[in-house]
Design a binder for this molecule. Structure first.
Ligand SMILES: [Zn+2]
Ligand SMILES: [Zn+2]
Length: 291
């Protein structure tokens, strides 16, 4: 029997967050002045029946994100301050380095299950400081096979789907979470949709997808400072066109996540309005959805 699940959004930014270290553009100057902080993309799944918690991604902001999760749920003081398992999409800094907080100098956890692909497991087992987490039994690595649904916690079924993304360190997954009433997709990082868009979105009700960059103008600006070839992502504008061409097969609820600090939709105005007018939205930290 499928359990009652709840999904929580705990962070919506690209790996470097907002404000972004070293950025001297208005996007981050304004954030610093107002105290606005957006943490890297992170989602939690809660099994309402068993009260167990799964974290999707261990971001550098894991400490504040897990605290936020317990605040959203209303965990009473002293009852619980951790999650029961973690699943990670790939080995880029914003997605796994929060594991450091589970180690000796941090929470010193006892065998928290961490679900990863074989390639990510290799990265963690063979490189310090991550190998110290494994050797010290602070985390227990569990590997999954792309395409094969696994159950990290009782009643929470996760389908990992391999997607194209810079693979110098590991492969990259999208996760489909199958609930009793609806299916959610978490696909924070992808180089190009290509023929993957329809299989990824097939049967999905709520999609959290790569919204790193808004349009080509933004990419040109960022690309003038960094090699554009090294940061391929479909723009939101291109993604919206592709999803619109799906017609009725389109998910009813599409929310962009993993936004770069420079993304105009992060900062209101015309770009945010364009999204709303076309029936899309940006994921918000604190969003809560019944699955
Ligand atoms: Zn910035
Ligand atoms: Zn990445």
């Amino acid at each position: 029997m499928t359990s009652q699940l709840e999904l929580f959004v705990l962070g919506v930014a690209q790996d470097g967050g907002l404000p972004h270290l070293g950025c001297t553009q208005p996007c981050c100057i304004n954030a610093r002045q107002s105290g606005r902080v957006e943490t890297p993309a992170c989602i939690a799944i809660r099994n309402v029946d068993t009260r167990s918690l799964l974290l999707l991604e261990a971001t550098p902001s894991i400490t504040s994100q897990v605290a936020l999760l317990h605040a959203l749920i209303g965990t009473s003081h002293g009852e619980k301050a951790m999650v029961d398992a973690i699943a990670i999409t790939h080995a880029h800094t914003g997605h796994y380095t929060g594991l450091m907080h589970l180690g000796k100098e941090g929470a010193a956890t006892d065998q928290v299950p961490v679900h990863v692909s074989t390639a990510v497991a290799n990265v963690l087992q063979t490189n310090a400081p991550w190998s110290g987490l494994v050797d010290g039994n602070h985390i227990a690595l569990e590997t999954f096979e792309p395409g094969r649904t696994f159950e990290p916690l009782q009643g929470i079924a996760i389908e990992p789907i391999a997607v194209p993304h810079r693979d110098e360190l590991s492969d990259t997954m999208a996760f489909k979470v199958h609930g009793a009433h609806c299916t959610a997709l978490f696909c924070p990082d992808i180089d190009a949709w290509g023929c993957m868009l329809e299989p990824l979105l097939c049967g999905v009700d709520v999609a959290f997808i790569d919204g790193t960059f808004f349009d080509d103008a933004e990419l040109d600006q960022v690309g003038s400072r960094r090699d554009r070839q090294s940061i391929p992502h479909p723009t939101m504008m291109d993604t919206m066109l592709s999803i619109e061409s799906m017609g009725k097969a389109r998910p009813r609820d599409v929310r962009f996540i993993h936004l770069n600090h420079s993304n105009a939709t992060f900062h209101g105005g015309r770009a945010a309005q364009e999204l709303a007018d076309r029936g899309f939205r940006v994921a918000k930290t604190g969003d809560r959805i019944d699955l």
